[in-house]
Design a protein around this ligand. Structure first.
Ligand SMILES: Cc1cc2nc3c(=O)[nH]c(=O)nc-3n(C[C@H](O)[C@H](O)[C@H](O)COP(=O)(O)OP(=O)(O)OC[C@H]3O[C@@H](n4cnc5c(N)ncnc54)[C@H](O)[C@@H]3O)c2cc1C
Length: 445
């Protein structure tokens, strides 16, 4: 199932550059994070190539709902509680700066991608949620974001309370990426198989790079960095609806356990939800369930497209952006965006560019993969370890080539999904999503 961003087949226009022998910077992955990193590096005069296994934006970015916001669920109350008010303020500043950077690039490069400023709302339909929104408002205001409580929204159903952030934005992510791509060196259909020191082995030959940026969504080297022990993936589902009452006047994210996400794309309404850990979907038919929920809101609605995607979740809810590992100071990483990868990809681009050009990384310390947040992370870490051990111990069935966990059949997508780290395979065993690097043989569907 393809998203509304990709159905116009703009990706077919991708050109394939010859592989360079030696270059200043190589970015692995041509999604939102990789293309923005390459763009910033190029702007700073660093000779850069993007190595992309498929086509630009064909990874999770194709499945995003593309809200460009500093409103990431209840992030400011969570960060204030776990890492302190200063960390929350740093996160807010970085996210707000990222929105402004999108506007700057769209204007300066003249990109036609429907970039539009508009308010963004968190909403609740239950009493418990009201207290959480009050707390989030205080934390957001303290972090420097002018957030206000409102009771009326553009949603076609009543809410108990909503939290409004001004001057956020939305766009068409694939249109944006293709607007940038023409001025970049991109080797599409070039899969990286192995990285050893400065040497990148691909299925088309080898490239040497002074700096290597892992923007491949889930960084695939098992060592160093140990990202598999520090992240899991979560999936969610999106419908694009044609309906009469389509104008929502903003973007929305429900904070209740079964809350939905909404935005307009042209005259369509995008409805997202039914999220779950990859490989552990409890709802048999998430698209059917989403359709039912949407049908309760809009009596007459036609589904124009439906799709799903997944994202990496870190132990402490902050992405891993910066030096991959102290053992490889010339490797950089951008991952763990927690379903907020538009602003976080831009933060990655700014931070990675500073690292490669030798600027101070003080501003980006919060995001450093080497940060010491054990008191916040250890409980999630122990849970993750238990989870992996449990799925390793289950007998039989197809196994994930990444670390050997038992794969689960996902009937909604007809894929084999790994509950440990989120690798996914087609019914015939072909690899869809990393961190696995290999197909599986005869999975039995
Ligand atoms: C349903 C859903 C809705 C979302 N909505 C929003 C939203 O509204 N706002 C928001 O901020 N965030 C949102 N997100 C999150 C956001 O979409 C992601 O965080 C973001 O798209 C990730 O971008 P990326 O560049 O890291 O990954 P990707 O887009 O997956 O890019 C990685 C690229 O690397 C390539 N690659 C992988 N391995 C290799 C290799 N070995 N060699 C070469 N290339 C390789 C892949 O082909 C891929 O193109 C949403 C997520 C989901 C699941």
């Amino acid at each position: 199932m393809r998203s509304i961003w990709s159905i116009n087949d703009i990706q077919k226009k991708d050109k394939r550059e010859p592989l360079p022998e030696h270059i200043s910077a190589a970015v692995i992955g041509g999604g939102m994070a990789g293309i923005l990193c390459a763009w910033f590096l190029m702007e700073s005069g660093v000779d850069t190539v993007v190595l992309e296994a498929g086509t630009v934006g064909s990874g999770q970015t194709e499945g995003t709902t593309a809200k460009i916001t500093s409103q990431h669920g209840l992030i400011y109350s969570r960060l204030t509680e776990t890492m302190g008010a200063e960390a929350a303020a740093r996160y807010a500043q970085a996210s707000q700066a990222a929105i402004d950077q999108y506007e700057r690039i769209v204007d300066s490069a003249g990109i036609q991608c429907g970039f539009k400023r508009m308010p963004s709302y968190l909403y609740t339909e239950c009493g418990d949620g009201m207290k959480k929104l009050e707390q989030e408002r205080s934390a957001a205001v303290r972090a420097g974001i002018p957030a206000s409580i409102v009771y009326d929204t553009g949603l076609p159903f009543p809410v108990k309370m909503a939290l409004r952030y001004e001057n956020q934005a939305q766009f068409d992510p694939i249109g944006f990426l293709y607007g940038l791509s023409d001025s970049l060196k991109i080797c599409r259909h070039t899969r990286v198989l192995q990285v050893k020191g400065h040497e990148i082995r691909t299925d088309r030959g080898t490239v040497k790079a002074d700096h290597i940026v892992f923007a491949s969504h889930f960084p695939f080297p098992r060592w160093p960095g140990f990202y598999s022990a520090r992240m899991h993936q979560e999936r969610s589902y999106v419908l694009a609806l044609e309906t009469e009452d389509w104008d929502l006047g903003g973007m929305y994210y429900g904070i209740d356990p079964d809350g939905l996400s909404f935005r307009n794309a042209g005259e369509l309404v995008l409805v997202g939800g039914m999220g779950h850990r990859t490989g552990e979907g409890r709802i048999k038919d998430p698209y059917g369930e989403l359709e039912k929920r949407a049908g309760n809101i809009w009596k007459k609605a036609e589904i124009k497209a439906s799709w799903s995607a997944q994202d990496c979740m870190t132990l402490d809810s902050v992405p891993y952006i910066g030096v991959f590992s102290r053992l490889r100071p010339y490797w950089l990483v951008a991952t763990g965006f927690g379903k907020w990868g538009m602003t976080n990809s831009m933060v990655s681009a700014m931070a990675v560019c500073d690292a490669v050009t030798g600027q101070s990384m003080k501003e980006w310390e919060l995001f450093s993969p080497q940060r010491k947040t054990f008191s916040v992370s250890y409980k999630t870490f122990v849970k993750e370890m238990g989870h992996s051990i449990k799925n390793l111990a289950v007998l039989g069935g197809p196994r994930c080539p990444h670390l050997g966990c038992r794969l689960q059949w996902n009937p909604a997508e007809r894929t084999w999904d790994c509950p440990c780290h989120g690798s996914r395979f087609r019914a015939d065993g072909e690899l869809l999503d990393e961190p696995s690097k290999k197909n599986i043989k005869n999975p039995g569907r």
